[in-house]
Design a protein around this ligand. Structure first.
Ligand code: 4AZ
Length: 254
């Protein structure tokens, strides 16, 4: 996150991280992710471009704040399924969404009854709400935030960063990204203030959430791409979650 600030511990309890497992780079941050129910996180499909989509390669950490400090409710889970959106192609940024199913380490889930929990919920581990189908991001004063441990402009962050961000109009996004911007995307950036706020490497797959008037935080975007994170006038692009509810519901109810 560029231009953000340290978050409060437990402030974004749906924030998760996809990390490498087992290899010489054990624990290395691959991407952000968001807990959407007790068994599944949503992330971006392009997160699996570099190391492939074999479940053995990854683990998912939830309840984390400072990456080097073991915190009370921090836990790691194995991965037993990685489902890329069927329309995602590695050459494009469209349909950049993946669902990842968590399992307790050591347990395979197995055939015998696992209808229930995967992740133990706590004050710092809770799923986020999803938007309604085709729901728009609340206009105007709604407060929206991006969060992640990605590049701050100098290095990856050890403490989860947050930044308040403005979701821009479709017209503004298209003006900047012309043919690359599709109806499966949102774009967001610092609107009027000149402080540069953006997501960056390592934040991909993580959440863009807004507080809904009626209360509660809703996941409207999944950090996806952008024309670098150092340029002014280049808003970050996010996968538009409200365009994918049938797919999310279908996969996660299987
Ligand atoms: C990336 O490389 C990346 N500024 C993520 C977000 C943005 C650009 C690049 C948006 O993962």
């Amino acid at each position: 996150i560029i231009g953000g600030e340290n978050s409060l511990r437990g402030g974004w309890p749906w924030q998760a991280a996809v990390r490498l497992r087992g290899s010489q780079a054990d624990g290395r941050l691959v991407c952000g992710a968001t807990l959407i129910n007790s068994c599944w996180v949503l992330t971006s499909a392009h997160c699996f471009k570099r190391y492939g989509n074999s479940t053995r390669m990854y683990k998912v950490r939830v309840g984390d704040h400072h990456t080097l400090v073991p915190e009370e409710n921090e836990e790691e889970y194995g991965v037993d399924r990685i489902i890329l959106h069927p329309h995602y192609h590695p050459h494009s940024n469209d349909y950049d969404l993946a669902l990842v199913r968590l399992v307790r380490h050591g347990g395979s889930g197995g055939p015998g009854g696992h209808g229930g929990e995967c992740v133990r919920q706590s004050r710092s581990v809770l799923p986020v709400c999803l938007p309604a189908r085709r729901e728009r991001v609340p206009k105007g004063s709604a407060s929206c935030f991006i969060t992640g441990w990605g590049d701050t402009g100098r290095a990856y962050s050890k403490t989860l960063q947050q930044a308040s961000i403005t979701v821009l109009s479709k017209r503004q996004c298209k003006r900047r990204y012309a043919g690359q911007f599709t109806s499966r995307m949102l774009c967001a950036g610092a609107a009027l203030d000149e402080r540069r706020v953006d997501s960056c490497r390592g934040d991909s797959g993580g959440p863009l959430v807004c507080e809904r008037g009626s209360g509660g935080w809703v996941l409207y975007g999944v950090t996806s791409w952008g024309h670098s994170c150092r340029l002014q006038d280049a808003p970050g692009v996010y996968t538009k979650v409200s365009a994918f509810l049938p797919w999310i519901n279908k996969v996660t109810s299987q």
